[in-house]
Ligand binder design. Structure first.
Ligand code: SF4
Length: 324
């Protein structure tokens, strides 16, 4: 990819880069053979691509390409993502913000402190994505198709850098009832436990959205996710961070390194960062979307949720979001 690369977040352009750009993916060997008769039988049996891939020891993408080649495409219906809620679009809503002197802005906290909950007494902190209208319960397309989705919600501002472009206009301002999990050691212990359970429950893969609200709050917390990615191969993460000052903020630096090393399983985007890959940009109107960016299709009603879109982890291209 040409332009401003992700490592530039941690290295000024006038200094030699200490981190390398994304490695070029290397193709391994010849794909496994999948005879047409076996493929046809599996499709007629009603198996999904991940199941066929597992049975014949090849990739899901290879199965799809072979189905396409042999005219075995399935009829297309509307993609649904097992969400409990009707999708919402961003194009018909007015944008409102708390006043500049609202105490929540000075005290680094949510507008709704009563919704902040400790880990004790909670059955789980990773909540099924079906409970969130924008996320969806199961991924329907792309290389993570078939994965169930879970989401983690932290307290906005309390875990975020004050430099966040949305410090005042945070999405959480409109989420009166969202349960925000209190951050800290208890949360970190519980996350390790829950991810281990999800690994055994979904050995083929599951996705975690970080974070519905809040952000990576410490180097130790980033290190936790790095070790979870290393230990649990079924874990796949996607999400956003406002930690974009990689030259001064060690948390941002750790996130850049983790993203560069594991983009295929740790697809993090740097919000409003001055780079052209793995980043986002906020616009007030669709006419302002930069030429190299693509407007989030969920916000304009072109897809139901992240689970039916997959753009955030399928592509490193910059994504534009309408101001909320
Ligand atoms: S671009 Fe797609 S995956 Fe990314 S936030 Fe929008 S709907 Fe979700």
């Amino acid at each position: 990819m040409a332009g401003r690369l992700l490592p530039n977040l941690t290295n000024p352009l006038d200094r030699p880069a200490a981190v390398v750009p994304f490695p070029v993916a290397r193709r391994g060997g010849r794909p496994a053979k999948l005879p047409e008769a076996d493929l046809r039988a599996a499709v007629e049996e009603g198996l999904k691509d991940p199941e066929i891939a597992e049975r014949f020891g090849c990739s899901r993408q290879y199965v799809y390409l072979q189905r396409k080649r042999h005219g075995l495409l399935r009829p297309k219906g509307p993609r649904r993502s097992k969400s409990r809620f009707a999708p919402k679009v961003a194009t018909d809503r007015a944008v409102t913000m708390p006043p500049v002197d609202h105490p929540a802005l000075a005290e680094d906290r949510t507008l709704y402190p009563a919704t902040v909950t400790g880990v004790d007494g909670l059955l789980n902190v990773l909540v099924a994505g079906a409970n969130h209208w924008k996320i969806g319960g199961e991924i329907r397309k792309g290389r993570w198709a078939g994965f169930p989705v879970y989401a983690l919600t932290l307290e906005e501002r309390a875990t975020c850098p004050a430099s966040c472009r949305h410090w005042r206009s945070c999405f959480g301002n409109h989420m009166h009832f969202a349960k925000r999990i209190r951050h800290g050691e208890a949360l970190e212990d519980r996350l390790a436990h829950e991810v281990a359970i999800l690994q055994s429950r979904h050995p083929r893969g599951f996705a975690v959205r970080l974070h519905v609200l809040g952000d990576f709050y410490s180097e130790r917390y980033v290190a936790l996710w790095a070790s979870l990615i290393a230990c649990f191969p079924a874990l796949h993460v996607f999400g956003f961070t406002a930690r974009i000052d990689g030259r001064r903020d060690p948390v941002a630096r750790a996130l850049v390194q983790l993203t560069l090393a594991h983009w295929d399983r740790f697809a993090l985007r740097f919000s409003n960062a001055p780079v052209d890959e793995c980043s986002t940009v906020t616009v007030e109107h669709p006419r302002q979307v930069p030429a190299d960016a693509v407007l989030c299709p969920q916000q304009t009603g072109k897809t139901e949720s992240c689970s039916t879109c997959a753009l955030c982890w399928q592509s490193r291209r910059r994504i534009a979001f309408l101001q909320h």
